[in-house]
Design a protein around this ligand. Sequence first.
Ligand code: SF4
Length: 273
Amino acid sequence: MRRDLPWLNDPRPWAVLVSEVMLQQTSTSRVIQPWTKFMEQFPTPDACATAPLAHVLVAWSGLGYPRRAKALHGAARTIRDEFDGQVPRNVDELRRLPGVGEYTANAVASFAYGRHVAVLDTNVGRVLARALANESLRTSDARILAQVLLPRSGAAEFNQAMIDLGAQFCRAAPRCEQCPLARSCAWRRHGGSDPAPRSAAVSRPQAPFAGSNRQLRGRVLHALREGPRAKTRLVSDLGVDKARADVVLESLVRDGLVTKVSRAYSLSGDDSR
Ligand code: SF4
């Protein structure tokens, strides 16, 4: 049942942190190749911290939601400056890193350091709601349930098994016929409406990507990989109307991903230290 994913065979805490940030909003299959390349280019927090943000943004291409790249770059600098270059070991310290929320902190503490903390992602959320509770769970209840299920030893393996169960069988459209929990699953035994979609930690369907401003943001960043570009040329190359380009460019500048100088734009952060 265990999936063969490259970061599952790499115990370095930095490798775990990078994979978890990439997996926050991108599907597993789309993360494999960028993660591998990213780790080659930035094998340590220090390598990432020393690089200009523009290089990290280029390495992030194809993953979407590039604010995560900026946050990860910030996390690398915090690790370098405040934690002596070592990814922190406990949840409270991990949460001081930019872009690291409860889920990511718990995942790194568990998978990198074997801490006895539950990892509650969308996969685990579905399994808890369906197999255990057969009802939609509030966040506090899902957290408690996930934590009490943890075995005394082997918490990381248990967390990974729950994630794999949700990813392979207890998907949004569940594959109950092949599921190892089929005989004991509460929802399968008792029936009723699916409790997962409204349950804690379970992600909601996203708006279509094609044609969205999210997609256009990615296209702008891709275009700026080659260097600064005048706005008129950028708008023309993108083939979109000026008003829409303005909205997207303003949002990228506001997020600190793109810098505007006069009438030209460039990737932010050519500020290696
Ligand atoms: S039997 Fe179906 S609903 Fe229950 S845990 Fe397995 S996949 Fe999910």
